[in-house]
Design a protein around this ligand. Structure first.
Ligand SMILES: [Zn+2]
Length: 120
């Protein structure tokens, strides 16, 4: 499953950072997830809680920030995408709100990364 492998990679990064810092416990994890990844914070939290059982990150809190999609278009538009169908399609159609172009460069909204962790 897509979500589980991404969540697994995130937790690997968290545990790796915890180990490098000789952490006994990870208390909080700050994560940024782009809206276009089709990952939902509640679902991620659930997976994190499941896979961190028995690790130093067990019981950590997850602060998940959803990043809105941003695009850059040939017509010089550079900014957020107002509306797109996110729930019904795995890959939503991204269109320039100014000229309707679909061949646009996505500059934000596809990230999925750990910003920082709080350890003790
Ligand atoms: Zn445009």
């Amino acid at each position: 499953m897509h979500e589980v492998s991404i969540a697994g990679a995130i937790i690997d990064a968290v545990l790796d950072a915890a180990k490098k810092n000789n952490a006994e416990k990870v208390s909080e994890v700050f994560i940024e997830v782009g809206e276009l990844t089709a990952l939902y914070p509640d679902q991620l939290r659930f997976i994190f809680e499941t896979i961190t059982a028995g690790t130093v990150a067990e019981g950590a809190k997850y602060d998940i920030k959803v990043i809105k999609p941003m695009i850059k278009c040939k017509c010089s538009y550079n900014g957020p995408v107002e509306s797109f169908e996110k729930l019904h399609f795995f890959m939503p159609t991204i269109k320039c709100p100014k000229c309707g172009e679909t061949d646009v460069e996505i500059t934000a909204g596809r990230e999925c990364c750990v910003k920082r962790i709080k350890i003790s």
